[in-house]
Design a binder for this molecule. Structure first.
Ligand code: PMP
Length: 407
């Protein structure tokens, strides 16, 4: 049983009542994006109906309302992540833009020829490609932490990669393809011991487990609002204040300046220095409402309930002949990646869709880790706290039928 009223929670998400070809929608594609509670949808409408303005300080009433709403969202995010100050919270489009921002500011200034950047084998392409681009530009070198057969990173191998040339360790906290929860506390402490900085990709973490950036001692932490029940087009970079102050700006334009002449520009301190132009004000406010919602349910309750869903699904999948689970680490968030013998993953995805069940089948923008397991694609159901064991039963029935059809 859920440690909260699951029926009430489900009613909070209007889209869960959708039907697909007459069948009740089952949303098991939460790792790709999550649905939005009515409170988030309403908050965005309220912004446009009552507060909409650009956020120049208090020139008029609506500007004051919009600025207050935007800055109050920033405060909520600081609290949510356990940041020391809201000045450490930069609004961006999402995790991808956040990582690119860090690559183009921190990377540009602090990573040079022969320097080393460490990533793990678990990374999403968003935490590989920006570093590769930087490495090519700077003549830096990328090193990769390998994983074991369960899909967990090998800390001993990681230790061997660290040295005085390591400038940055950029790792995901939770793998989107396998669900592995990486030991980011240890990874961060070991990086700091050689003087390297750490960026944690929290895109798959913040909706499943309580994060505290100060306890983690992360230098940078990034995530996307749309994966934590907020809108698309908004996300966050957390950066330690003292570090942000040392960084050059990224994009230039309005909002990020203190004074401009044709000869010279002085920049704002963080976070404004990194928020050039008009931002996604309404969706930042919507993300604040999503954080309120998640905090109301409680991440501890969410983690507990989702763990039960994952156990239930894993147990069910293991009982079906021909199912091979990919990613069996002990520490996992609610992702159950698998392949089914004698089926293309796309066929499984289609058969599930025919029953109204949405899963991702494909490479999940994480080709290196799938290839580590000898596959190009998996079927990936991923669960959120609004899912139920009854939904998992419907899903398992389809997979079992497919397995029986081709023995
Ligand atoms: N990192 C991870 C681990 C992800 O799962 C994703 C999204 N699948 C991203 C980064 C990129 O997020 P976005 O596309 O929202 O920028």
């Amino acid at each position: 049983a859920a440690p909260f009223d699951i029926n009430a929670v489900r009613r909070d998400f209007p889209i869960l009542a959708e039907r697909v070809d007459g069948k009740q929608l089952v949303w098991f594609d939460n790792a790709a994006t999550t649905h939005k509670p009515k409170s988030v949808i309403d908050r965005i409408s309220y912004f446009y109906e009552h507060e909409n303005s650009n956020i120049h300080r208090a020139a008029h009433e609506l500007a004051a309302r919009a600025s207050d709403a935007y800055e109050s969202a920033r405060k909520k995010l600081a609290k949510f992540l356990g940041a020391a100050s809201e000045q450490e919270i930069i609004f961006v489009r999402g995790a991808t833009e956040g990582i690119n921002l860090v690559a183009q500011t921190f990377g540009k200034k602090f990573i040079g020829a022969g320097d080393e950047i460490i990533v793990s084998h678990l990374e999403h392409h968003a935490n590989i490609v920006p570093w590769q681009q930087l490495a090519v530009e700077k003549g830096a070198v990328i090193r990769v932490i390998p994983v074991d057969d369960s899909g967990q990173v090998l800390l001993d191998e990681y230790r061997k990669l660290l040295n005085s040339k390591t400038r940055l360790v950029a790792v995901t906290q939770v793998s989107n393809a396998l669900g592995t929860i990486a030991p980011v506390h240890e990874i961060t402490a070991l990086a700091h011991a050689v003087g390297a900085r750490v960026l944690i990709d929290g895109a798959q973490a913040v909706s499943h487990l309580r994060v505290n950036v100060q306890a983690l001692d992360a230098d940078f932490y990034v995530f996307s609002g749309h994966k934590v029940f907020g809108p698309t087009g908004i996300g966050v970079v957390y950066g330690k204040k003292a570090l942000l102050e040392q960084l050059p700006p990224w994009q230039g334009g309005g909002n990020m300046i203190a004074d401009v002449t044709f000869e010279h520009t002085r920049y704002q301190p963080a976070p404004a220095r990194f928020e050039a132009g008009t931002g996604n004000i309404a969706d930042a406010v919507g993300l604040g409402a999503a954080i309120d919602y998640v905090e109301r349910i409680g991440l501890e309750n969410i983690a507990l309930y989702e763990h039960a869903l994952l156990e239930y699904a894993t147990h069910g999948l293991k009982s079906i002949p021909g199912v091979r689970l990919i990613g069996t680490a002990h520490e996992k968030a609610s992702v159950a990646s698998f392949v089914l013998a004698r089926y293309e993953t796309a066929e499984v995805g289609k058969a599930l869709n025919d029953e109204g069940i949405a899963v991702r089948s494909g490479h999940h923008c994480a080709q290196p880790i799938l290839r580590r397991f000898g596959v190009e694609a998996t079927v990936r159901p991923s669960f959120a706290f609004y899912n139920t064991c009854e939904e998992i039963d419907r899903f398992l029935a389809v997979v079992r039928r497919l397995a029986n059809n081709r023995k």
